[in-house]
Ligand binder design. Structure first.
Ligand code: F6P
Length: 195
C-alpha cells in the first residue's frame, strides 16, 4: 500500500480575516504548520525511495510546501481553490448582506451553485479528473497541499462519498488526512498537528 497525504495549506492571512479566495500568504500560525508538516512528511516518508509534493499555483500552498526538502514539487492549476468569481476576496457576511440572492442560492444547492464568473463544486470536481488519473497512476507516495473545496472533492473520491455530501465534508486546517490504497480497499487516518 502506498499513502496519499492530503492537507490544506497552513492558515492564511485571508483565513484570519475570514475572506474567501484571494492569494494571500500565511499567518504566523500557518508558518508554524508548514514546519510541522515538513517534519511529519520527513518522518512518514523516510523509508520511501521516491515521493512527490503537489501544490496548487497559489502562494499559500507553495509557501506551505517550502520547508519540505528532498522531494520534487509539482504545481497544478487544477488544485487551485474554487473560483469564487465576483465574490473573491469577500467575507461570507458581506455576501449575505450585499448579494442576498446569491447567498441564498448557494445555501439551497451548494453542490451546483456557480459563483457569477466563477465555479461550482461540480466544476471543481470535473477539473480534478486529470489530477485523480495521475494520482491513481503514481506508484510512490504523494503529498497533496491544496484547499478546502478541492480537498473535499479529492477526499470524496477516495473515500467514496456521495456527490451531495461533498460541499459539507469537514477538512480542517492543520490536519493531515492519510489515505492508504491497498488491495483490500482504502484506509484512512487523520493527524491533527496543531490545536
Ligand atoms: O475559506 C477558505 C476557503 O478555502 C475559501 O477560499 C473557499 O471559497 C472556501 O474555503 C470553500 O469552502 P465553502 O465551499 O464551504 O465556502
Amino acid at each position: 500500500p502506498r499513502p496519499i497525504l492530503l492537507t490544506r495549506h497552513g492558515e492564511s492571512q485571508d483565513n484570519v480575516r475570514g475572506r474567501i479566495g484571494g492569494d494571500s500568504v500565511l499567518s504566523d500560525l500557518g508558518n508554524i504548520y508548514s514546519k510541522k508538516l515538513a517534519n511529519f512528511v520527513e518522518k512518514r516518508l523516510k523509508s520511501e525511495r521516491t515521493a512527490s509534493i503537489w501544490t496548487s499555483t497559489l502562494q499559500r500552498t507553495i509557501i506551505t510546501a517550502t520547508p519540505i526538502v528532498g522531494f520534487p514539487k509539482v504545481q497544478w492549476r487544477a488544485l487551485d481553490e474554487i473560483n469564487a468569481g465576483v465574490c473573491d476576496g469577500m467575507a461570507y457576511e458581506e455576501i449575505k448582506r450585499n448579494m442576498p440572492e446569491e447567498y441564498q442560492s448557494r445555501k439551497n444547492d451548494k453542490l451546483r451553485y456557480r459563483y457569477p464568473r466563477g465555479e461550482s463544486y461540480l466544476d471543481v470536481i470535473q477539473r480534478l479528473e486529470p489530477v485523480i488519473i495521475e494520482l491513481e497512476r503514481q506508484r510512490a507516495p504523494v503529498v497533496v497541499i491544496s484547499h478546502q473545496a478541492v480537498l473535499r472533492a479529492l477526499y470524496a473520491y477516495f473515500a467514496d462519498k456521495p456527490l451531495k455530501e461533498i460541499p459539507h465534508i469537514e477538512v480542517p486546517l492543520h490536519t493531515i488526512i492519510e489515505i492508504q490504497m491497498g488491495v483490500t480497499g482504502v484506509q484512512e487516518k487523520r493527524y491533527k498537528l496543531m490545536d
